[in-house]
Design a protein around this ligand. Structure first.
Ligand code: ADP
Length: 225
C-alpha cells in the first residue's frame, strides 16, 4: 500500500514572529493511495490552510509533509507547482471557471497549461466523456455563465478530473449547492472515483456528507492547537 499523503509533526502559523498562535499542529496524518476520505472541520479550524499546504501553495517550515512521494519542503516552489499542475486536481468552493470560455474549453484547460498532465491521453476525447458522464452534453458549446450553479460545479469537477490526476482535493465543493444538486454532485464524483480510484480528500464542515465516505478525519481531533 503506497501513501498519497504523509504528514509528520506539522506546525504552521502565518507569521514567523514569535508567540504567533499556530493554525495547524498535526502529529501524524496518513492517507493511502486510492483512499477517499472526508476531512471534517468547522469554519476556522485550518481546513483551507491544510489544503493549501498539500497543494504546495503554502510553504511548510516545521515538520514533514509528503504528497505523492515528494517531500514538499525539500523541493522548490517551481517543483511544487509542477507537482500540483501535473498530478493534483483541485475543486474549489467558488468554482473559478473562466467565464468567456465554453464548457469544454474550461475542462481541458489544465491539460493545455501542463503538457505532462496531458501526456499519453487524448484529453479532448476524455473531456467529451466527462461531459457526457456529468450530464452536460446538451450544453457543451455553452458559455459556463449560462449554466446553473449545479452544472457549473460539475464542470469544475470535470476540470479537476481531466488528465487523471492521482490526487483530487475538494474544498467545500457543495457549499453553494442545494440538497438535490449536492446529492447529484456526490454521486457523480464518487462514480468517477469508482472508475479511476484516485486519492480523494473531500473537505467540508457539513457532517451530513460523511455518509459518502468510508473514513472521516476530524480536523479538530488531529489539530492540537
Ligand atoms: P477553515 O478553512 O477551516 O475555515 P482557515 O484555514 O481558512 O480555516 O483558517 C484557519 C485560521 O487561520 C483562522 O484563524 C484564519 O483567520 C487564519 N488565516 C487564514 N488565512 C490566513 C492568512 N492568509 N493570514 C493570516 N491568517 C490566516
Amino acid at each position: 500500500m503506497t501513501t498519497s499523503i504523509d504528514i509528520n509533526d506539522l506546525k504552521f502559523s502565518y507569521s514567523k514572529k514569535t508567540n504567533t498562535p499556530l493554525v495547524l499542529n498535526i502529529d501524524k496524518l496518513v492517507i493511502n493511495s486510492g483512499e477517499k476520505v472526508f476531512l471534517y472541520g468547522p469554519s476556522g479550524h485550518g481546513k483551507s490552510t491544510l489544503l493549501n499546504i498539500l497543494a504546495g501553495v503554502l510553504e511548510v517550515e516545521t515538520g514533514k509533509v509528503e504528497v505523492l512521494g515528494q517531500n514538499l519542503h525539500a523541493i522548490s516552489q517551481g517543483a511544487r507547482d509542477h507537482l500540483r499542475g501535473e498530478h493534483i486536481g483541485y475543486i474549489f468552493q467558488i468554482f473559478n471557471l473562466i467565464p468567456y470560455l465554453n464548457i469544454k474549453e474550461n475542462i481541458v484547460l489544465p491539460c493545455l497549461i501542463n503538457k505532462k498532465r496531458a501526456a499519453g491521453i487524448d484529453f479532448y476525447t476524455q473531456a467529451d466523456e466527462l461531459i457526457q458522464t456529468l450530464g452536460l452534453s446538451a450544453y457543451a458549446q455553452n458559455k459556463v455563465t449560462d449554466l446553473s450553479i449545479g452544472q457549473q460545479q460539475r464542470v469544475a469537477a470535470a476540470r479537476a478530473l481531466i488528465g487523471n490526476p492521482q490526487l483530487i482535493i475538494a474544498d467545500e465543493p457543495t457549499s453553494s449547492l442545494d440538497e438535490k444538486n449536492t446529492t447529484e454532485f456526490m454521486n457523480l464524483l464518487l462514480s468517477e472515483w469508482e472508475k479511476r480510484k484516485f486519492t480523494l480528500v473531500f473537505v467540508s464542515h457539513d457532517t451530513h456528507l460523511k455518509q459518502y465516505f468510508p473514513r472521516t478525519i476530524s480536523l479538530p481531533d488531529i489539530n492540537k492547537i
